[in-house]
Design a protein around this ligand. Structure first.
Ligand SMILES: Nc1ncnc2c1ncn2[C@@H]1O[C@H](COP(=O)(O)OP(=O)(O)O)[C@@H](O)[C@H]1O
Ligand SMILES: [Mg+2]
Length: 813
């Protein structure tokens, strides 16, 4: 029995072509290897039968047949245990070892077929015949191509494989015979199994042999390439880890030298203690500890260290479980609200109801309250005093001009200089997870390509979602469900509908002069005196003085400018005192005029503007509260056309056309020739031209201005009107009545004309004071309006159908 030692392939074997093959030969069975023709192989032979075979064969110089066993484990193989094709072999060299076993070097000569076993003892002997190779002429071309392929693939295999000697490349390169090349390569490849090698040996057709060998090589190449890829990955991984390890060790050494390592360790310990004390929810604690772990392994000088550190500082600073005790004592709350704000009874009542519900059932998530109204009516300050009355912390975030979603929700930590959004920042300032959180001026929220802040806000305000609000920076959920959100807005239109749906709107329309006076006396004056370092003994504001400020120096729905002017007066007093004049100042209308200069707003203005026909006084609603608005009509010679100017929206333009149509069809009743339109151009203008205006509520004012212009009858300057009209002259109800009425009062107007259907709003919304001071005419038809507003014609001022007087145009611009 022979055992394979190690493949040695030496030069090209002697030419086997002219070999004569004996009819029978001794058979040496091989395990686990295949001997190819033209190759040398060392063999170890140990068993008695085989030793005897070799002894006899070598002394007689005979060829032996080497056949591979199908199963390596069979000890005494018979014919059926051997593959049918083997190699006729020459024993090249033989050594006897002291233990009686043999070492041989054998040389394969040519393929032989085992035809029949002749004897099995003392060793195998069989009848054999030459196994002829097949080489067809028509295969030449393909064989050529295959040969080239095989050579180049083999080169690569050798260069990739650590097991194959590079000499093999040169050897294979020298072999020109395709069959021999295939045999040589097959015998050299150490990784292919014995059955595969045997298969190559048995393939007598050269083309087929080369083909299967080429496939073997390609497969081998793939395996080797994959292997080397894995290898290099592993290597670079190991390399990187080692590199980092060494650098870290060096860094540690340096830090130790500098005494920094201890510092860092101390810092990490401190952070850990703080994290433990921060009352973090479990998922947050986990994330924070992971970050701390990262931090502890980072060099202090790394940029990332600061990023990581800042993040942990944020986590530590947030009120994860800090809250203030709620003291919803409705009596106390009411006292606080009353003490801070004059008037506003309806709004305060609603706030108290809202808080009562929350007190009874803290789990019910009510709507978000939204204070709606013009500037300076106390929306923000009311919210602040709600926080005070509840004993909660107060945060305010102004949404004005916010366009970037990240301002609400923060930037991801991967951004340089990233920070949490305004919501989380607000909570950090509040140092409590249940503050009153004002989202101020929600109507000023913008949106652009950087994402929609409104949708982020929606998540903040949605009770279904806000218990797990996720700021991009924190990247862990924060519970907002205990925050009491309040919002404010001047107008509702720009607020996206989904946000609006979340809110219950409480309107603060604006104040009357009496209310403003009261606010000033009870709050503003005292506040401003203190703010300017003065005392009540040093300066005193009389009621007439305050009225003068309200009428002559401010024209607003709220009290912001009023407060500012009071402040300006206090400043003058403070300066006077600083300059040495320490006499007490008593503010009277005269002192006010002396200190603030001539009044800016005068009530004569309106009368001046309505002296001539063609101008009517309307009332409009704007985000800043109600406004008085003038509508001018003029008639020029022309060809029957209507011009509308003053930046009017579509709805307002339609009102203009409707107004003209109604007047044309009713002209005779007002003594105007219905044909007036044929040779006229009618122009309707609403100053101030730069401000866009829209809505149907100027309808009655437009008809009145037109009628005035065409009849030559001036309009009363002390009467203002609002209302939509239909073609048949009906007057329809409009919105914003309270603001409009307040605006009329601010301008010293004493009578207003309103649609009958708005009567109920007046009853609900107007204070007794307003109802006392104002005469309100409710109308259902435009004829009633004209009857009330138009004065009898006066010959001097009537310009009839003539083009409008230039001087007049100037005065109204
Ligand atoms: N009803 C009121 N009682 C007392 N002070 C008021 C009242 N309304 C407004 N103010 C004061 O007017 C100023 C402007 O109010 P603010 O809350 O800023 O108005 P808004 O937020 O509606 O624009 C504040 O100093 C506020 O205290
Ligand atoms: Mg405000």
């Amino acid at each position: 029995m022979s055992d394979r030692d190690e493949p040695v392939v030496v030069e090209e074997a002697p030419n086997a072509e002219r070999l004569t093959i004996p009819d029978d030969m001794p058979v040496l069975p091989l395990r686990d290897t295949v001997l190819f023709p033209n190759s040398f192989m060392p063999l170890a032979v140990a068993r008695e039968a085989s030793v005897r075979l070799i002894d006899e064969a070598s002394t007689s110089g005979r060829m032996i047949g080497v056949f591979t066993q199908r199963e390596a484990t069979v000890e005494e193989p018979l014919q059926e245990d051997l593959y049918p094709i083997g190699t006729a072999t020459h024993i090249h060299k033989m050594f006897k070892l002291p233990d009686g076993s043999l070492r041989l070097i054998v040389q394969g000569l040519t393929r032989v077929r085992l035809d029949r076993m002749l004897q099995t003892r003392p060793y195998l002997r069989a009848a054999v015949s030459l196994a002829e190779e097949v080489l067809r002429d028509e295969d030449r071309l393909e064989i050529d191509a295959l040969q080239r392929n095989i050579k180049s693939n083999f080169q690569q295999v050798v260069s990739l494989s650590p097991l194959l000697s590079d000499d093999l490349q040169a050897l294979a390169g020298n072999i020109t015979d395709p069959g021999k090349l295939a045999d040589f390569i097959a015998s050299s490849l150490t990784t292919i199994g014995t059955p595969v090698k045997q298969d190559v040996l048995e393939t007598l057709d050269i083309r087929a042999r080369m083909d299967s060998l080429n496939r073997l090589l390609i497969k081998e190449l793939e395996v080797l390439e994959l292997g080397s890829k894995i290898q290099s990955q592993v290597q670079s991984e190991v390399g990187k880890n080692q590199r980092e390890y060494f650098l870290r060790e060096q860094m540690k050494a340096i830090q130790k030298e500098l005494g920094e390592g201890d510092e860092q360790a101390k810092e990490v310990d401190e952070l850990r203690a703080k994290l433990d004390a921060a009352g973090l929810p479990e998922p947050v604690r986990k994330e924070a500890l992971r970050e701390l772990d990262r931090l502890s392994k980072m060099p202090v000088a790394a940029a990332e260290y600061t990023v990581s550190r800042t993040y942990l500082d944020w986590i530590i600073a947030l009120p994860w479980s800090k809250r203030t005790e709620d003291a919803i004592d409705l009596k106390k709350t009411k006292d606080v609200l009353d003490a801070d704000h004059s008037g506003l009874e309806k709004v305060k009542d609603r706030v108290l109801e809202y808080l009562a519900v929350r007190k009874l059932n803290p789990d019910v998530k009510g709507p978000i309250l939204c204070f709606l109204g013009p500037p300076g009516v106390g929306k923000t300050s009311l919210a602040r005093s709600i926080a005070n009355s509840l004993g909660r912390k107060f945060v305010r975030v102004s949404l004005g001009g916010m366009r970037d979603e990240a301002e609400i929700r923060g930037h991801r930590r991967t951004y340089i200089g990233a920070l949490p959004g305004q919501v989380i920042q607000g909570l950090r300032r509040a140092e409590s997870k249940n503050p009153v959180f004002i989202l101020d001026e929600i109507d000023k929220l913008g949106s652009d390509f950087r994402g929609d802040p409104a949708s982020a806000l929606l998540e903040v305000l949605d009770p279904e979602q806000n218990s797990t609000f996720r700021d991009h920076y924190l990247d862990v959920p924060f519970d907002l469900s205990e925050v009491l959100f309040l919002t404010t807005a001047n107008v509702l239109d720009p607020v996206p509908p989904p946000l609006r749906d979340r809110m219950e709107v409480l309107e603060l329309a604006g104040y009357t002069e009496e209310e403003k006076l009261k606010i000033a006396v009870e709050h503003l004056v005292g506040k401003q005196i203190v703010n300017h370092g003065l005392t009540a003994e040093q300066v005193e504001f009389t009621d007439p003085a305050i009225r003068t400020i309200i009428r002559g120096y401010t024209r607003e729905a709220g009290v912001r400018n009023l407060e500012r002017e009071i402040g300006a007066l206090c400043r003058k007093v403070a300066r006077r005192r600083a300059e040495g004049d320490e006499t007490k100042v008593t503010m009277t209308p005269e002192v006010v005029a002396a200190m603030l200069g001539a009044p800016t707003f005068l009530d004569e203005e309106i009368e001046n503007r309505t002296k001539d026909p063609g101008v009517a006084v309307g009332l409009a609603w704007t985000p800043a509260g109600g406004e008085v608005l003038f509508v001018e009509a003029s008639r020029m010679q022309g060809g029957g056309s209507l011009t509308l100017t003053g930046q009017l929206g579509d709805v307002m333009k339609e009102s203009g056309r409707t107004a003209l149509s109604w007047f044309r069809s009713n002209a005779t009743r007002y003594g105007v020739d219905p044909a007036f339109y044929k040779d006229s151009e009618i122009h309707l203008h609403v100053p101030s031209g730069a401000i866009p205006k829209d809505g149907p509520s100027a309808g009655v004012t437009m008809v009145t201005a037109l009628a005035s212009e065409l009849t030559g009858r001036p309009v009363r300057g002390d009467i203002a009107m609002t209302g939509e009209i239909t073609l048949s002259g009906r007057v329809l109800p409009v919105g914003g009545i309270k603001e409009k009425v307040l605006a009329a009062r601010r301008h010293g107007i004493t009578e207003v004309i309103l649609p009958r259907q708005n009567e109920k709003h007046i009853k609900e919304d107007l204070t007794d004071e307003l109802r006392r001071e104002l005469t309100i005419h409710y109308v259902i038809h435009i004829e009633e309006v004209l009857a009330l507003a138009l004065l009898p014609s006066s010959a001097q001022t009537h310009t009839g159908g003539l083009p409008v007087d230039d001087d007049f145009r100037q005065t109204v611009q």
